[in-house]
Design a protein around this ligand. Sequence first.
Ligand code: ARG
Length: 413
Amino acid sequence: MARSDKKRVVLAYSGGLDTSVVTRWLVERGWEVVCLTVDVGFLDADPGLEERALAAGAERLVVADAKETFARSFIFPAMMAGALYEGSYPLATALARPLIAKLLVDVARDEGATAVAHGCTGKGNDQVRFDVSTAALAPDLQILAPVREWELTTRASEIVYARAHKIPINVSEEKSYSVDENLWGRSIEAGALEDPWDEPLEDVWEWTTSVDDAPEEPGYVEISFQQGVPVALDGEELDPVSLILRMHELAGAHGVGRIDMVENRLVGIKSREVYEAPAAVALLAAHRGLESITLSKQQLRLKHRLMQDYADLIYDGLWFTAHHQDLAAFTRSVQRHVSGDVRLRLHKGQATVVGRRSPRSLYQLSLATYDEGDMYDVSAAPGFIQIWGLPVRVQADVQLLRQEGGPLDVTSS
Ligand code: ARG
């Protein structure tokens, strides 16, 4: 068939077994495949990557370095929102998906492709994120998800297929965990993790030192923020990617950032997931520490309520929505005075805020102190309490004191 007669598809290619097999599977069905590998951090500078894509039948491999965009426009906004899915997962994988979808669409346009493809299964969240994001950005593009429909339903059958088609297989592919890595964290699932009663084996962890092996001496790091964005470590200004990588090293060495949870997937399944996110856990803690002195009680309350919505929308693949724009606008606004420094203590798996300061701090020593220099007018306290307690006294008098069974039982009415 002449080249121009063929339909072209751009495939999100990781270099792993799944996407290599997907490449060949698409080629066999008459597609011309352009593979796209997006570097969102920790992409092995693997010279074999292109070779593998070509061996699998791709026409060519495009590698896009998206680390800077990922850090600036995806990670930091999520960090400023305090986004943690179900209170624990910093959303590394979930955040990268809409960016990869965006780049798939861009490359599809450049290459004159009519479709994009990914190697997600039909049981996970990632298929939803890719499909929904692509549909938002380019409703005309067809979306192919071979793993959702093909007959290669087990890893073993994929390996047989790969061997039959001379697709090179890494030894590590035989490993049972499914791993996804980027700047914001490492997600590990399947294999020995599937029984939620079993403690993760030590071989799960690659980015963090175990608490046993972590240094006895704590480490300290000072993080500077400008309007919610981390800009320097220990006084040294760093670009977003370098800052995250430095934090990753420092926190990982002290065993910070191991997360073991059972989460609720969007597709209705409960799933045991393990994450390593040393930089995310440390930076989120530091950022919260700075917010505690720069935001009012009401700002903190509202932000906390909205944080869950923000985390859910990232998790649920709703990045390209007006709801997101609204929450992002609030987040930017609420961060405008979140500038200053936080001192973090890293020790035996914990990242603890031990110091915070800001030129915009709402913490006033002259009001808080129990020592010399107290500016708080204690004589005003009784009057305040008089007014504050007024409705309480009225209600107690009219209702509680006249209640049968006596006034003390406030839990029954
Ligand atoms: N459960 C996480 C999420 O939905 C991580 C998925 C990671 N994928 C993987 N292949 N390990 O975002």
